[in-house]
Ligand binder design. Structure first.
Ligand code: MLT
Length: 391
């Protein structure tokens, strides 16, 4: 008799953003004439930059000619892209070998799949609140989770304490709170991990939103990190690739656990279970690193940052306390009138026709908070901001 993975029964019914989708669908059926403004899921709305588009068109043409047609690509990703990623790290003074870079279809998949190469005997330290994929994927395989509190008292930036754990998740800039670790704070985590022989999973999906020069964009800016950290990066939010799908993971060669190289294990896993990102997608990703590509992508990031400012200002105008929105595309705030997150979600949907993301979906400490995303189109963000002023 076939048996299921019973760990799945320990998950909530729906993935957070699916749950929201269902609620919105039901609302739309009941209220077909209501126009909703989506400040919920962090999905980009600006079209792909010209420079990237140009590269897409050229590479599609290459696929149409016998001489330049490409079949399966190299397992780790094409060297032309990994070289660009390496160079980009080098600009920040970080030396990464191209064989430490694994191109993939996005950070979400890699953050989930990385657990394949670790034993189920590991305990995982996960901030609460945080991107729900970390806890859901650990629940799916039955790993023991220890939650660390992120709250207003610690500025949503938990520090290492006596709770040792084998696998440590850090998301900075943070989804959903927008909090960012300083170099000094990350150094504490790196020292803690090296001391305990733990591994840090560093999710840097939002690093391109960092607005101050001295804040770290990568865990590898921190001395000692190459013996304890894996970094996940994504082109989704920095170059509008949420629908195109491309990111990369850096697994340093110095990461050795039980005398085994994690780089080797991940290479084995990646080449066995994954067949790579399309040539066209990787050529598009390569274009991000051209001078023009950087300028155009930065323009879009600035647009979203301006949106975040507009949202934050509207909350300020009604004296609502908020966090984030400066180094991150998310504005995190306390629900008014002591409302629960889902209660406020319903209120916003029905009364202001705005979709938010309920804080409790990111963990128990997110209860009574709400997250607004700044990835919407400007006209809708402005409209939502006017409505927020009536809260
Ligand atoms: C979010 O809204 O938290 C993100 O868009 C989810 C994701 O990146 O998968």
């Amino acid at each position: 008799m076939a048996k299921i993975n019973k760990n799945y029964l320990n998950l909530g019914n729906n993935y957070l953003f699916r749950e929201i989708e269902e609620k919105v669908q039901k609302f739309n059926i009941k209220n077909p004439n209501k126009k909703l403004i989506n400040l919920g899921i962090g999905d980009v709305t600006l079209p792909i930059c010209d420079q990237i588009l140009k590269s897409a068109v050229e590479s599609i043409k290459e696929m149409g000619k016998t001489e330049t047609f490409k079949g399966y690509g190299p397992n780790l990703g094409y060297e032309f892209l990994r070289e660009k990623i390496k160079e980009n790290y080098f600009k920040s003074g970080i030396n990464i070998n191209i064989n430490e870079i694994f191109v993939s279809d996005g950070a979400k998949c890699d953050i989930s799949n990385i657990l394949d190469i670790f034993s189920k005997e590991n305990t995982c330290l996960i901030p609460d609140p945080v991107y729900p994929v970390y806890s859901d994927t650990n629940i799916m395989i039955g790993n023991e989770i220890i939650y660390m509190d992120a709250n207003e008292e610690n500025n949503f930036l938990p520090k290492p304490n006596s709770k040792t754990a084998d696998l440590i998740y850090i998301c900075s800039p943070n989804n959903p709170t927008g909090a960012v670790y300083t170099k000094e704070m990350l150094q504490e985590w790196v020292d803690f991990a090296n001391l305990n022989k733990s591994i840090i999973f560093f999710d840097a999906a939002y690093e391109s939103f960092i607005s101050c020069e001295n804040l770290p964009h990568s865990i590898f800016e921190i001395p000692g990190s190459k013996t304890c950290a894996i970094e996940f990066k994504s082109f989704s939010k920095s170059a509008g690739f949420t629908g195109i799908r491309c990111g990369y993971t850096v697994v340093p060669k110095d990461l050795i656990i039980e005398n085994v190289s994690l780089n080797k294990l991940w290479n084995r896993r990646h080449s066995t279970k994954f067949n790579g990102v399309s040539y066209i997608t990787q050529k598009m990703a390569e274009a991000i690193f051209t001078e023009e590509g950087q300028i155009q992508c930065q323009k879009n990031i600035n647009y979203y940052k301006e949106n975040a400012k507009i949202i934050a200002n509207s909350l300020k105008s009604v004296e609502m306390k908020f966090f984030g929105g400066y180094h991150a595309p998310y504005v995190w705030f306390k629900c008014p009138k002591n409302m629960y997150s889902w209660e406020f979600f319903d209120y916003l949907l029905k009364n202001l026709n705005i979709i938010g993301t309920p804080g409790s979906g990111f963990g128990k400490n997110g209860e009574k908070y709400m997250r607004f995303s700044s990835f919407g189109r400007r006209e809708y963000v402005l409209e939502a901001s006017e409505k927020i002023k009536n809260l």
